[in-house]
Design a protein around this ligand. Sequence first.
Ligand code: G3P
Length: 226
Amino acid sequence: MKFFLDTADLTEIEEAASWGALAGVTTNPTLYARIGGKLADFPEHIKRICEITEGPVSAEAVGTTRSEIIAEGRQLAALAPNVVVKIPTMIEGLAATRTLANEGIAVNMTLCFSVPQAILAARSGARYISPFVGRFDDISEDGIEQLSQIVVALSNYDFSDSGVSGQSVEVIAASIRSAQHVTQAALMGADIATVPFNVLKKCVEHPLTTNGLLAFEKDWEKVIQA
Ligand code: G3P
């Protein structure tokens, strides 16, 4: 499984990229608003993320009609070679995804909550599909079970002729809220987990690692200095 960072915060992206294991970044309108982003600065901000990140960077189209989404998608894709256009899973989004995929533009279909949605996204040419785990949990459903069903259903079929030529579809486990979600996503074979910075840190840290390290440091002081 690959790790993407789910944030628009440049400091977090720079820090996580420096750890050496980051494979991409996903953003959305909420995450850009959270850092106090301004509309006029959005294209430059995405360009900067693309410079820092070795790997795909999802930037979301906010239009609601296919023509709006297609126009926005083309503009976003022109910002940098590693931009992936993020589009909600809905009828207008599917239609826009088909057009953009036919033009060789990679699309991440987001806000995906069911197997039929995921299959339609793959058939419309999406390069990535993002089932949301935590938001399913939020409504007292089992987000991990839903993700698992989507991973299995997609693995039953060959989508290599559906999208941008030569590129297969990958599942991004999104709306990830804990290291336990990451474990479960990895065990079921999700291709990617996109995680907030605090969750990525929790994935690295373990109390037994911290305690073990402290014990080693203490015992090293007892080693005879000669
Ligand atoms: O990648 C989608 C993600 O940002 C949604 O996460 O925590 O807002 O449900 P959350």
